[in-house]
Write a protein that binds this ligand. Sequence first.
Ligand code: PAF
Length: 281
Amino acid sequence: MRVVKTVREMQALSETLRKEKRIGFVPTMGYLHEGHLALVRKAREISDIVVVSIFVNPMQFGPAEDLSRYPRDFERDAQLLETEKTDIIFFPEAGDVYPEGYSTQVEVKGLEDYLCGKTRTGHFVGVATVVNKLFNIVKPHYAVFGQKDYQQLKIIEKMVRDLNMDLEVVPYPTIREAGGLAMSSRNTYLSPEEREKALLIYASMKKAEELFVRGERNASIIREEVRKVLSLKEGINIEYISISHADTLKELEEIPGKALLAIACRVGKTRLIDNTTLMEA
Ligand code: PAF
């Protein structure tokens, strides 16, 4: 496994590799968990060379967000990636990715107006910009993204389509802990009691799925039932419960054959998101 620390070296290496090999790419911010490793395994399955980037992207954090305390442990990440037979870790410095005078941003208009985009101003511009840069540096044939960050996935898919980027975005299902909590690097912030409360997120989505299977198509009714489950314990601060069109992310009142149920809430100080697709069999 090779660790590449500069943009210039990564770009030169990818240029050579891409001529003969299929490059699979997993962009991450590090502090890896089983969810990331599943993405790496998927990349391994479909490509010859697997590149994983570890870069905590300052551009996607708001001023009041957790950039400085975002968990980091490169040695641990490198060991995990070695076990997964990763070929290359791209681990650049922020000053190399955004050098003095850097001023370009990528905005995928429309999709960022919903869900997390409503409160995390500028977040998806930061994500689209860094992912665009990483694609230009790593030059992958495949880029694997988890469905847990559903809105991010949709924005990246649209950016790739709109800008005719020469790669395929490969979505991968959410990996969950026992009890259903979606894996996230931010779960490390949760105390044992908060972790217990956070299980209600999964329970509320199961309730919604159950209602949907029984024929409920009124989004307000399902949202309300989700809210009730999330309120079973004190300390869950709901940011949104959204039932939206799975592609446009526009809020729905009547659910047609398929919809996205997405939830964002704070458990203590930790912001958690999750989602599921409500779909007719
Ligand atoms: O999902 C993440 O970890 C980040 O948003 C990403 C895609 C690595 C961009 O910084």
